[in-house]
Structure formats: structure tokens, C-alpha cells
Design a protein around this ligand. Structure first.
Ligand code: ATP
Length: 284
């Protein structure tokens, strides 16, 4: 028995931090959506009670540090499954990029093993399991577009945003999400993105308002650590993207573009100096 799952990348259209909580997490408000750039997971049942991970990508851990491994271990333990699984990760999402690649792999593993082993776990319960693996995992289990609060695990589904081209560009640096949040002083944030405007733009399908409402309070911290991320954002803006933002804690910057001809021009322009550039659509 074998199952396949797609694990799409997420982008943050809004990322706001309200305050630092007593448990050390930040209380956030985020609007997240998915793009059509995805890892592909193949899960095959093994009669031996073990979890084996493989991937064509040489740069991710294949042991218990891999989030897909952790997801498989969690589901096996919680539902008393004494079978094994071989999981192959065909990685397409850049790693440590702010695109939740690992979280999406974990979510796809939960969904896939629920099917492979006929466990009948309801979506809500899968999302709760996901929250034990990471703050972004419940959203990746749910998919679509959502307003996330709490530490990211409380989700309110939203309609799909207006369709557009999404140009993703990742400079060749790895950003630690922990380091960026560690440097954030929530009480000193000067400019908070307007989440109500973002919600209105999505609900009314207004692309212009959506582009104007993009905002991420982590941008300035990552820009200070890595000025090349700011330069990349400025370049995309200059090239004429309708809206530009850094995703998550970076370093991936995305540009939203309504016209194909402009998207092609930006894609080709960026490929001149950035190795990892993708032109995709929103996953609506
Ligand atoms: P986020 O936006 O949630 O912070 P990210 O896109 O910045 O995530 P990931 O690609 O998920 O980051 O990788 C973060 C770290 O997790 C990497 O250092 C990587 O070694 C590790 N990791 C564990 N499992 C995976 C996986 N399945 N795919 C990619 N990275 C993984």
C-alpha cells in the first residue's frame, strides 16, 4: 500500500506580533495562504515497525530531526499503530526559507498516514496533533487561506484571495526563525500591518487593496541581519511588482503581480542575480 500527498509552501500576507507571552511564545496575528510550489511525499507501508525517511535533497536531516519523521512517530504512538512506513520526500520548497516547507511535510505526513492506515482521524484532531509539532503545522494540515492567532495554531478559514502571479526569490542565506523572534521587541514595533484591511481585500476580492495591506513586522529585523534581503525586496518593487513582502522570518521575498507579462519580466530580471526564483500561482 502506498499513498501520495502534496505539501505546498505557505506565504504570509500579514504577519503581526501583538506581545510576548509568559510561556515565551509571541502572540501573533497572521493571514496565511498557500502557493503552487510543493514538496511531494510518497508513503509506503512497511511490515517492520520502523520509520524510514529518504529525500533527493542532500541538505535536510533524515533522522528524528525531520518533521515528517516526527509526524509519523506521533501518529504511530497516539493511535497505537505497530506498522512501519517508508517516506520519500521529493523536496521542491527551499529549506529554511520562511515558506514552512518542514511544517507542510509534517502536515502532509499526518494526512497521508491517516489514509494509509485508515485511522479515520477527523481534520480537527489532525490539526491538534499538528500543533504539537509546530505552530505552522495546523495551518498546513488545513490548507487554503486563514487568519491565524495565538501562536499561529488558532485558525479561522478565509475565502481565497484574488488570483495572481507570485514571484518567490530566496537569497542564498539561511535565516533562523528563533534568532529573528529573539531580536524582536514586541512593545517597540512602530508599524503594525492592518489585518482588517487585509481581510476586507480578501473578502471583497480587491487585489489593489490586498497589495497595499501586505505587512510583516519581522521584515526590519531580518533586513538588519541580512541587508541583501532588503535589497531583494527593493529590486522587486522597482521591477514593478504590484505588492512585495518578505515571507515569515525570511529570507524569501515574494512579489504579487496581476499581469503575466510583468510577472515574466520580473522573473527573468531576478534570475540574473538570484539563483532560486520561482513564478507560481496562489493555490486557490
Ligand atoms: P518556517 O517558515 O515555518 O519557519 P522555514 O521554511 O523557514 O519554516 P523549513 O524549510 O521548514 O524552514 O526548515 C527549517 C529547519 O527544519 C531546517 O533547518 C531543516 O534542517 C529542518 N527540517 C526538518 N524537517 C524538514 C523537512 N521535512 N524539510 C525541510 N526542512 C526540515
Amino acid at each position: 500500500m502506498k499513498v501520495f500527498e502534496k505539501a505546498p509552501a505557505k506565504i504570509n500576507l500579514s504577519l503581526d506580533v501583538l506581545y510576548k507571552r509568559e510561556d515565551g511564545y509571541h502572540e501573533v496575528e497572521m493571514v496565511m495562504t498557500m502557493v503552487d510550489l510543493a514538496d511531494r511525499l510518497e508513503m509506503q507501508e512497511l511490515s517492520r515497525d520502523t520509520i524510514i525517511i529518504s529525500s533527493q535533497a542532500g541538505y535536510i536531516p533524515l533522522d528524528e530531526k525531520n518533521l515528517a519523521f516526527q509526524a509519523a512517530k506521533l501518529i504511530k504512538e497516539r493511535y497505537n499503530v505497530h506498522k512501519g512506513v517508508y517516506i520519500h520526500l521529493d523536496k521542491k520548497i527551499p529549506v529554511a526559507a520562511g515558506l514552512a516547507g518542514g511544517s507542510s511535510d509534517a502536515a502532509a505526513t499526518l494526512r497521508g498516514l491517516n489514509r494509509l492506515w485508515n485511522l479515520g482521524i477527523p481534520a480537527r484532531e489532525l490539526m491538534e496533533l499538528g500543533a504539537e509539532l509546530g505552530s505552522d503545522v495546523p495551518f498546513c494540515v488545513m490548507g487554503g487561506t486563514a487568519l491565524a492567532s495565538g501562536r499561529g495554531e488558532k485558525l479561522e478559514p478565509l475565502p481565497s484571495p484574488p488570483q495572481c502571479w507570485v514571484i518567490l526569490a530566496k537569497p542564498p542565506i539561511n535565516v533562523s526563525t528563533g534568532e529573528v523572534y529573539g531580536k524582536l521587541k514586541a512593545s517597540e514595533i512602530e508599524h503594525h500591518p492592518s489585518i482588517p484591511d487585509m481581510l476586507q481585500s480578501i473578502r471583497s476580492g480587491r487585489f489593489d487593496l490586498l497589495c497595499r495591506s501586505l505587512g510583516n513586522v519581522l521584515e526590519n529585523i531580518t533586513f538588519e541581519l541580512y541587508p541583501e534581503v532588503r535589497q531583494l525586496r527593493d529590486s522587486m518593487q522597482r521591477m514593478g511588482a504590484d505588492g512585495v513582502l518578505m515571507s515569515g522570518s525570511g529570507p524569501t521575498v515574494f512579489g504579487l503581480v496581476s499581469k503575466f507579462s510583468k510577472a515574466a519580466k520580473i522573473y527573468n530580471g531576478l534570475r540574473g542575480f538570484c539563483k532560486e526564483v520561482y513564478a507560481v500561482r496562489l493555490l486557490t
